[in-house]
Ligand binder design. Structure first.
Ligand SMILES: C[S@@+](CC[C@H](N)C(=O)[O-])C[C@H]1O[C@@H](n2cnc3c(N)ncnc32)[C@H](O)[C@@H]1O
Length: 368
């Protein structure tokens, strides 16, 4: 039996190496990777697959201890799960986790995912690599059955968010945006990358849920079949112009000398009807899941790219009003809502000059 400790996550017992990560991107400490902080990420998978509401074959392609795979097999009815990892050290953990949860709908697999997805396809494929998923996305797409769901995590947030632009260009062939929009930019670059890979197979996509949390970016996409769906998907890619000195930004479907950031996915991040069905009851991080569900459900997903209170205050040079109060002010003139990207960011359909004048009126300095 492999060495370790048994923890409980959701309603599943998981044997993990005694030495494991509990935050940040994490690193292998006890031979096989496990990061406690990713319980939230695994909770989201369980809630999302429950919301699909039909029988599913599942491949957790990079499962390490098998934590996500066994949680899905144990907590989502009607699933048949393959818990796969290339590392032979992972297999005893996966097998033990299947055994301690008495799972008959989960099997361990010790393959390079590129080979697994040459031979088999699934209704749901999960990619959760160290760093960039870019080298794995094409194989994962092959491994998705017709109208399957693909879930992708990226922990290479620094390149995607512009702190290491050359690496972003190499991995994703996109120019990242820096500043307050950097995490939304990174998420939209990741989604654009997935879209362009799908297009090669005449497949399109509809995002179900996409987010930034802790140190990573994550997208769940519903694959749509056919050349027409692929073309409609490509229509939703585009470029951005952003002037850090004036806060001016604009989008364009095509590259030009002004619009040279991107390409980004410019369509919605979520399917509101779908996430409306997700339920956090019994999740390991139930309170946090409910907080994020609330934010995602209320985000203005028709607007691309956030504004940030710190961005406004440093440009306008007046103290910021409380964000909740400012959103109320914006709402008397148009749409406005918080976003999950940061507690100080919001989206609105108002033009920049109106945002600035409303900010000036609402600033506590103005009332002094
Ligand atoms: C970040 S860990 C996965 C963590 C896991 N999903 C969890 O929630 O605990 C990445 C895993 O991918 C595995 N891996 C790396 N390259 C792979 C490949 N080509 N095929 C299958 N697994 C691979 C590694 O052995 C490692 O266990």
């Amino acid at each position: 039996m492999p060495q370790g400790v048994i923890i409980r996550e959701g309603s599943t017992d998981i044997l993990v190496p005694e030495l494991h990560s509990s935050g940040g991107p994490g690193k292998i400490q006890g031979g096989v990777f496990f990061n406690e902080q990713m319980a939230f990420n695994r909770d989201i998978s369980v809630m999302l697959l429950r919301a699909v509401g039909r029988d599913l074959t599942v491949a957790d392609a990079m499962t390490a201890t098998g934590s996500r795979a066994v949680r899905i097999a144990n907590e989502v009815k009607g699933t048949e799960v393959v818990a796969n990892d290339i590392s032979p050290d992972a297999i005893p953990y996966i097998e033990e986790n299947i055994r301690i949860n008495s799972l008959e709908n989960c099997r361990a697999s010790n393959r390079n995912l590129h080979n697994l997805f040459t031979d088999e396809a699934f209704d749901y494929v999960d990619l959760d690599p160290f760093g960039s998923p870019a080298p794995f996305v094409q194989s994962a797409i092959r491994g998705c059955r017709k109208n399957g769901i693909l879930a992708v995590t990226a922990t290479d947030t620094a390149p995607l968010a512009g702190a290491h632009a050359p690496k972003c260009r190499r991995r994703y062939q996109s120019e990242p945006v820096r500043g307050y929009m950097c995490h939304e930019g990174g998420l939209r670059i990741l989604m654009c990358f997935v879209a362009r890979e799908l297009a090669k197979f005449d497949r399109g996509m509809k995002p179900l849920l996409s987010f930034y949390a802790d140190h990573y970016l994550r997208t769940y996409i519903q694959i749509e079949e056919g050349a027409e769906k692929a073309d409609r998907m490509l229509d939703q890619l585009g470029y951005m112009q952003y002037d850090m000195d004036t806060m001016e930004r604009s989008l364009s479907q095509h590259y030009d000398p002004q619009h040279k950031l991107g390409p980004f996915w410019l369509g919605p991040l979520h399917d509101q009807e779908f996430i409306g069905r997700m339920d956090a009851s019994g999740m390991a991080t139930e309170k946090r899941c409910n907080k994020y569900l609330d934010l995602w459900r209320n985000e203005i997903d028709t607007e691309v790219f956030v504004y940030d209170m710190s961005e406004l205050s440093s440009h306008i040079k007046m103290s910021p009003p409380k964000i909740a109060d400012f959103i109320e002010v914006l709402r008397t003139n148009g749409k406005a809502a918080l976003t999950h990207m940061s507690p100080t960011s919001f989206k609105t359909d108002l033009p920049l000059d109106q945002i600035v004048s409303l900010y000036k009126e609402a600033s506590p300095d103005n009332r002094a």
